[in-house]
Design a protein around this ligand. Structure first.
Ligand code: CUA
Length: 176
């Protein structure tokens, strides 16, 4: 579907390009046949066409280079994501892995076994790096690439009962 759209756009672009060239050549011919006044008018028209062509064609080509929209490119950039599956419980985090590599995309799939929790990842300075809600019956996804190695803290960001403050775990980034 996107392939077809691209081909149609390409054909249209070629038609416009040839149209512009044809008009430019023709108006040049007529310049020699008619008087100087007409010549100036056609000359101006030729210039206008070339300005339009030079401004819009690169823009069109530039836009088309992003077709098909880089969903696939974004998804594969830096290799397949490192997936961490997280289930929140009162009052702990269940994670199927807690080590990932730096510089490679990470996808955290987060759900809850009971009530709403908040999955928040903090760096060593306790700055929030990424977060998503942990909700029963839903899986929310965080996409993040850790640039720095180290141990990142995970805290619960939504009050979920008496031991809310105990919901802490860690994600180790790099070869630790
Ligand atoms: Cu879980 Cu607060």
């Amino acid at each position: 579907m996107q392939e077809t759209a691209w081909q149609v756009s390409l054909v249209l672009m070629l038609m416009i390009t040839f149209g512009v060239i044809f008009v430019a050549i023709n108006s040049h011919k007529r310049e020699e046949e008619y008087g100087p006044l007409v010549k100036r008018a056609y000359g101006f028209r030729t210039k206008l066409f070339w300005v339009v062509a030079l401004v819009f064609l690169p823009a069109m080509i530039y836009n088309l280079m992003d077709l098909p929209y880089d969903v696939s490119r974004a998804a594969t950039a830096g290799g397949p994501p490192q997936v961490i599956n997280v289930t929140a419980h009162m009052w702990y985090w269940e994670m199927d892995r807690d080590q990932v590599d730096a510089g490679q995309p990470v996808e955290v799939h987060i759900t809850s076994a009971d009530v709403n929790h908040g999955f928040g990842i903090y760096d060593k300075d306790m700055h929030l790096v990424a977060q998503a809600q942990a909700m029963p019956g839903y899986t929310n996804v965080i996409r993040h690439t850790f640039k720095e190695e180290g141990t990142y803290k995970v805290l619960c960001m939504e009050y979920c009962g008496v031991a809310h403050h105990n919901m802490m775990t860690e994600i180790k980034v790099g070869n630790l």
